[in-house]
Design a protein around this ligand. Sequence first.
Ligand code: UDP
Ligand code: MG
Length: 337
Amino acid sequence: MSCLSVIVPVHNEAAGIARFHERLQQVLRSLDMDSDVLYVDDGSDDGTAEQVAALSADDAQVGYLRLSRNFGKEAAMSAGLDHVAGDAVVIIDGDLQDPPELIVEFVAQWRAGYDVVYGRRSSRDGESWLKRQSASWFYRVLDRLSDVPIPRDVGDYRLLSRRAVEALRRLREQHRYMKGLFAWIGYPQKAVPYARAPRADGRSKWNYGRLWNFALEGITSFSAAPLKLATWLGLITSVGAFAYGLYFLLRTLLLGNPVPGYPSLVVIILFLGGVQLVCLGIIGEYLARTYNESKGRALYFVQDYQPGRTRGGSDSPTGAADKQEANQQGAADESLA
Ligand code: UDP
Ligand code: MG
């Protein structure tokens, strides 16, 4: 029987994790397939790690992976992907913003032959107008610039087939814009609409500073178009300067030269200075990322690892548990490569 692995990246979710776990368990029990759960504790400092370890001690189906510090959700998800062995893998947030009930539909679509089944948010309750608007602008820009179409209004909540997971595991870049990577691997993909609930407990780790970096990450990871901006700006200003020069030449020849133009001179100098700094900044963004990639560091380090045992679904006896564990151990050994 096929097996579903559920990865839950958590960072300081102590307030709501018990409730989340309860709802997730209900869904998994109703599935007619084996399943295991892996919580990835991403350097929490509010007791999440202890709670997760307790869940795992209570229930052999639940495993946990504790990273050595906070590496960010992208790295936490990658760590999860490196350590699960299911034929299908679901990634879900631990704050109940992604309804676990949707997993049933994900599995149905996976059985229908899709490799990547993702949740598309049909509503964004509990988010401010500014956040919704800036998200919409960002996705529009990214859509224009990116080489692969990256679906809009889509989070990380999704199901991946085994071959999609294997594909993702081969992308070891440091700057991980996961939504883009999920799209980049290709394979048949399918969207399932859902209403995204407001956060149940705690608060979002996103602020506008982090969102700005996230947007830069998305654009620089999937497009080199901003680098070409300098060329175009340079061309346009050169043509403008040439026309302006011609105008002055003719004016001086026809009307003489009373030496006017101090304000226009200042404006032009400031404008060109600004354009040059912006272009340098863009080059810098790409250079810094190239530098980071060139260091080739590991994506994360594991402090503690307890694999979960596969457990049978609603109408199946458990059989593959031991084999499962052996597989997971294998995955763990490779993870730091
Ligand atoms: N998360 C994580 N590491 C981080 C930040 C967040 O593993 O550094 C987890 C967090 O616990 C949650 C999920 O990623 O399960 C989504 O985070 P959050 O709710 O802050 O993001 P949002 O839902 O606002 O996009
Ligand atoms: Mg959230």
